[in-house]
Ligand binder design. Structure first.
Ligand SMILES: [Zn+2]
Length: 438
């Protein structure tokens, strides 16, 4: 891969030694140029170079760097740091938990879209995932898409990055396909979050290269296997801190049963939804010397520094479907009218949130229309409906809902811990709601 004198233009030149291999490669690149990749953040070939050696031209936006640079920086400080703060410094400098989850959510969604078009990426590794250099952004681009294929493609060893290749590829039983993409994604995600490889526990780290090769071929259990602890890991960040329960169960499916049975690996759409759900649970710790984000899944106590964050600065919104058509006139309490979906989000002080028709963490979220924005400030809770959206609010213990047609604020002085419902839709038919205590 080479930079050129033109801004944002890169060139990749064939490294094949024989004329026949070069011709085959160029044919494959021409085929990739015709693939339906519109709207996907993939730097694809836009023109073929014929002389002096075959290659192709691609465009890539400015201000990106490979994910491998983030990983190297984080793992270096983890291994070399003298105390816990120094060990974590690389993790924090590269954006901490919140940014990692956002980047992985974007990457998962991109791969889910690609798989949805019947295509597999082929050689997914941190060196060909490019992300925003600036910490406040979370752009994700895939480059080096030479191995893109429909369904499946045979590969040569040299094309695969061993740490990220699925076990069945390293056992030479399979080419690349969407299930091997899922494996590679899961390894990247685990490594970025836990700062350790999911197959390289103490047994591998203390053993020779042959033990590592056996682990990568899937001959040893993964590091968090619940019963077979042969390869457990004493390094890396604790998974209970860096993963939500939902993410932990996806990793467990992928590296547990999915180690030997590729079909058991969770789909990219499931990963994308779980990372988007995790994003909605991240909270910035208030302690001045901490600077970490954490998942407010079970409590507001920061697991990095143990500081108890103030409940006044956070509001938990719980998603329920309201289904009046299920009402049974003979039943006093209308069981079934309010259906809890298990989705929730944390609203933090001065961090406005957009609520859509489908809640974050569901497969429809990414295509769902925004209905309102909600913001917690020192003066109260502000709800701003989007144009033309039917939104209303009421206290659970009294009163009919009143329609919100312009920005409205529940004042801080009125916050007494009572339950409220925000209705996203007309009162007479079924619609989603968010409930919270105010
Ligand atoms: Zn903290």
């Amino acid at each position: 891969m080479y930079k050129t004198t033109s801004t944002n233009v890169l060139v990749k030149i064939s490294t094949h030694t024989s004329e026949a291999q070069r011709a085959e490669w160029i044919n494959h690149i021409r085929w990739i140029m015709r693939l339906p990749l519109e709207g996907l953040s993939i730097a694809r070939p836009v023109a073929i170079v014929e002389r002096p050696r075959p290659g192709y031209v691609m465009e890539l936006m400015d201000g990106l760097l490979p994910l491998s640079a983030l990983l190297d920086l984080s793992e270096c400080s983890m291994l070399g740091g003298a105390d816990p703060a120094e060990k974590l410094s690389g993790f924090l400098e590269t954006g901490g938990l919140k940014r990692r989850v956002a980047l992985l959510g974007r990457l998962a969604r991109l791969l889910a879209d690609l798989h949805g078009r019947g295509l597999a990426f082929g050689d997914l590794a941190p060196s060909n995932v490019f992300v925003s250099q600036a910490r406040e952004h979370a752009e994700v681009w895939l480059i080096d898409c030479d191995n893109l294929c429909f369904c499946s493609r045979a590969v040569k060893d040299s094309m695969i990055t061993p740490d990220y290749g699925a076990p069945e590829i390293l056992r030479k039983e399979s080419g690349v396909n969407t299930l091997t993409d899922i494996w590679s994604f899961a390894v990247i995600a685990f490594r970025l979050l836990a700062l350790s490889h999911p197959l390289k526990g103490d047994m591998v780290n203390d053993g020779g290269p042959e033990v590592e090769e056996a682990a990568l071929r899937g001959e040893l259990p993964w590091v968090d296997h619940p019963t077979d602890r042969r390869n457990e890991m004493s390094t890396g960040l604790p998974r209970e801190i860096v993963l939500t329960d939902r993410l932990r169960s996806l990793f467990s499916e992928c590296f547990g049963e999915g180690l030997a049975s590729p079909g058991a690996r969770p789909s990219m759409a499931a990963w994308a939804a779980a990372f988007e759900a995790a994003s909605a649970l991240t909270v910035l710790c208030e302690a001045s010397d901490c600077g970490n984000h954490f998942f407010a899944e079970k409590s507001l106590q920061c697991p990095f520094c143990d500081h108890r964050n103030s409940p006044e600065n956070h509001l938990i919104l719980t998603h329920r479907l309201y289904a009046p058509e299920l009402r049974d006139p003979d039943e006093e309490l209308d069981p079934g009218v309010w259906v809890k979906t298990g989705d929730y989000v944390v609203l933090s002080l001065d961090s406005p949130l957009e609520l859509r028709r489908s809640p974050v963490g569901t497969s429809l979220y990414s295509q769902s229309d925004p209905l309102l924005s909600i913001e917690l400030t020192r003066t109260g809770l502000k709800v701003t409906p989007c144009d033309g959206c039917e939104v209303s609010i009421n206290r659970v213990d009294g009163g009919d809902p009143f329609a919100i047609t312009r920005p409205q604020r529940l004042k801080s002085e009125s916050r007494r811990g009572g339950r409220w419902v925000l209705h996203l839709g007309g009162r007479d038919s079924g619609h989603p709601t968010w409930t919270f205590k105010w």
